[in-house]
Design a protein around this ligand. Sequence first.
Ligand code: GLC
Length: 752
Amino acid sequence: MNTKHLLQSAAAALLLCGCTSPQEGTLDQAAERRIDDLIGRMTLEEKIGQVNQVTTGWTVDALAEDIRKGGIGSILNEVNPETINAMQRIAVEESRLGIPLLFARDVVHGFRTILPIPLGQAATFDPELVEQGARNAAVEATACGVRWTFSPMVDVSRDARWGRIAESSGEDTYLNTVMGTATIRGYQGVPDGDPTLMAACVKHFVGYGASEGGRDYNSTNIPERQMRNVYLPPFEAAVKAGVMTLMTSFNDNDGIPATGNRRLVTDVLRNEWGFGGMVVTDWNSAGELIAHGFAADAAEAAEKAINAGVDMDMMSYSYLKSLPELIQDGRVEEQRLDEAVRNVLRLKMRLGLFENPYVDAAKVEDVLYAREHLAAARKCAEESIILLQNNNDVLPLDAARTRRLLVAGPLADAPYEQMGTWCFDGEAQHTVTPLTALRETYGERMQIGYMPVLPLSRSTASRAELDALTAAARGYDAVVVFVGEEAILSGEAHCLADLNLQGSQSDLIAAARRSGKPVVTVIMAGRPLTIARDLKNTDALLYAFHPGTMGGPAIADLLFGVAVPSGKTPVSFPVMSGQEPVYYSQNMTGRPASGNEVLLKDIEAGAGQTSLGCTSYYLDAGFGPLFPFGYGLSYTTFEYGAPILDKTTYAQDDTIRVTVPLLNAGKREATEVVQLYVRDLVGSITRPVKELKAFSRVKLAPGERRDVTFSLPVSELAFWGIDLQKRVEPGDFRLWAAGNSRDGEPVEFTVL
Ligand code: GLC
């Protein structure tokens, strides 16, 4: 982590709580006493009401009685400020104790101004930009009365079959950590009580991204060391960054559903890490303990969840229904319920809801789609888009020499699809599509033709329809084909076993290729797709993980070189679906692939059993990914010198000073994401072939050289070893500095 991020995280922690550690009392003593007094006056029903979260979707009247009697602590999915004020007025002015409601929403990648999906934001490798996007989302959502979002999702995700990879920051522990804490700083980076303070909720605790087979809600089987070294660190960092809430996940890991896992939710989260915030279940995940076969009925489900340390029950009603009896029978201590209520009341107090429970609906329009929000969303989209191929430097297109441009494909003008998954409050009419952006910017200078050919990403086309595209394209100077995924094909419960482009999209690219004209393909999707078969049919390929409201102008700028691609893959791209999960930080195994293995197409007839060699690879897909983690091209070329270390041997408390000579060897100013990887050569357990430990975005003018420096504390090399203790084990290490996880020559150093 470079100095800037270290200072930033500390500042955020101080800012959040006015104290040196987020885990210390986040409220002054007067506020704590006020909570004591409230809890002392609450009936059992009112206490249970505070830990009950329900969804709206009904009229105010439908919930009025429950609110009035203090039977609801939080409402999710209400975003109309007048409705929120009306419900809040009942709670504050008509209930016995006047405790305000907490309104929540999945503000996952923007509220009205939609940012790229989190996987796209991760591709920027720009935490400052991600933080700004989250801040803007908080300003828009809190203006409507939403004060709690269920974001960031920091599930390390290594299987593109899993639809929720779209919501993650990809396959790498460090990148999920950096992007998760940046998002938390964005939502929460204002003082307690600030009306734009939106409580973050780090989720899904924990290991959900390892759902077996990439099938959502499926079991995970993550052993303790891998849990400690791969899946838990982003959550621990979120806690240290002062995240105010956390959500438990749907999955059972090693047979224990997260929502009933006391060891995780109490022993690790609270006792080991000192988390002082509030824990909420996922939607009905308490009730689903019954479906898991982990609880016999709602009462046992509620008992296991609240005794595991979960404070609030989202939409299972098992707390509401069963806690009175459970406390009566002594299966749940009232003191445990009081703790949960205290966590809820602290959250409401820190948000300032007791002092300012209402929003000014008249001011909402001033902040929605604010110019600076749209500008930040455009910048984020631009930095999120990855140039994966650029044969013959077809890109950037020359606006002066392009007289006729054909735009084709189902995603060229698909405003709703472009926003991607988990976009409840985005409005398609505000989306600027690539076709619109190209027409607005270049329509006066060139003829822009448009042939969607396919209505949807899943649609099929006849040979005649494809041939019509081929014939039409011959009359243009270049063809840009927009394909990918409709928004519904990724996100929660939307998993795919086949990652090829759907429908006739690959045929569409091939039809464009048959025109003989330069072909540029732009893919908008919620995951890395298996595009190996499409590469031969396109000269250039830009990959945009659903880029949001301003994706169109960003793409137009990149196509014509107004902007230069800087995005890097936050997840490995598989050659074939069957390769999943494929990720860079794998262990070596005892029989690592050499890369020279014989592939299926080259196997001789009658080949002997051991003639192909015995290493870890696929006969049909080989070993490596199609595109590795951290990969992305530019309109220039960057040349790396060997990384230079200040020493060759380091003590445990040292900091490794790394200098990376970098040259922009091309003709355009551009930004490179310089990545630092380390490998622990020998450990008490097997270690990944390399792990990302730092990165930095560096902008260089043509011909400019710069020594890029990193300060990497030796302590960052610590891992949980054979004895389940976390330490930096003495020994030899390798360090790479490169523009992706595959390239570069390592230098070696030793830790004593
Ligand atoms: C969903 C998701 C979770 C979301 C919650 C509330 O099922 O798993 O990420 O925050 O319910 O919508």
